[in-house]
Design a protein around this ligand. Structure first.
Ligand code: PAF
Length: 293
């Protein structure tokens, strides 16, 4: 497995990657969710690349960029074990050279939910993802459903700027107690770890009620709020029942719908979602490709 840090090396390696190239963009601190993305890429592509870059522009003032977990050596072991062909690990000055850098407007989808809770976050994500696509030139790119809004923002970006790239969204991988795998989980202590499951509990309750016939979206949001409120260590930031594609809040819940929320537990920001809709949840753990987005 080649680990590349310079644009020239990357371009040379890209030129030798015959057939379809799949890219799994990451900020490192890899977990089973990333492994699932790498396997989805391996199944569909001739060559698999992963990027390792902790992107400062998507962290807000309150986010601790410096404290984001960094497990470089272990990450490289995981990437090699998953059969990755090459890793793109640009230093800061390669990704963001001195001087003006074109930023990407993340569009309307970025103004709600996480975009509202973390101003500037999606501009940072859209900018770095556009740069990664431009640098690596993949045929397919793989993202996790845990960051549902991110997948919608990137789908919009691809439609506007990089129409040749096919997106695959892989199902959220969960711990045994339901907590969505996230690089931030290692920042939780024992009690926080237990408290963090309240969000998923609330989302399961609301989505089950919807599937049982409850259509009042506000009543469904309230189920998430009350479930999280029963856990004193978890502070709810928002509970949402929205159209899964345009992320507009619903009054009457109908498919495709995304139940989502964010909590803060011991200073750690965690998000989760459940998507209900015919094309959006397939048995094989992916929601299909760009066509389903
Ligand atoms: O999902 C992530 O890990 C990041 O937001 C991404 C897509 C790698 C961009 O930095």
């Amino acid at each position: 497995m080649d680990v590349l840090e310079g644009l020239r090396e990357l371009q040379a390696r890209r030129a030798t990657a015959a057939g379809r190239l799949g890219l799994v963009p990451t900020m490192g601190a890899l977990h089973p969710g990333h492994r699932a993305l790498l396997r989805a890429a391996r199944d569909r592509c001739d060559n698999v690349a992963a990027s390792l870059f902790v992107n400062p522009t998507q962290f807000g003032a309150e986010d601790d960029f410096a404290g984001y977990p960094r497990t470089w050596d272990r990450d490289l072991e995981i990437l090699a074990a998953e059969g990755v062909d090459f890793v793109w690990a640009p230093p800061m000055e390669v990704m963001y050279p001195e001087g003006p850098v074109a930023t990407v407007d993340p569009g309307q989808l970025a103004t709600v939910l996480e975009g509202k809770a973390r101003p500037g976050h999606f501009a940072g994500v859209a900018t770095v993802v556009a740069r990664l696509f431009d640098q690596v030139r993949p045929d397919m790119a793989f993202f996790g459903q845990k960051d549902w809004q991110q997948t919608r923002v990137i789908a919009d970006l691809v439609e506007r700027l990089e129409p040749g790239i096919e997106l695959v969204v892989a199902a959220t991988v969960r711990e045994a107690d339901g907590l969505a795998c996230s690089s931030r989980n290692v920042c939780l202590d024992g009690q926080g770890r237990r408290a963090a499951t309240a969000l998923y509990g609330g989302l399961v309750r609301a989505s089950a009620a919807f599937e049982g016939g409850e259509e009042d979206a506000e009543a469904l949001r309230e189920m998430v709020r009350t479930t999280v409120a029963s856990e004193p260590l978890a502070r709810l930031e928002y509970a949402s029942v929205a159209d899964a594609l345009d992320l507009i809040e619903l009054e009457v819940a109908r498919e495709p719908v995304v139940f989502s929320g964010a909590v803060t537990v011991g200073g750690v920001h965690l998000i989760d979602n459940i998507v209900v809709g015919p094309e959006l949840a397939r048995e094989d753990g992916t929601d299909g490709t760009g066509s389903g987005l």
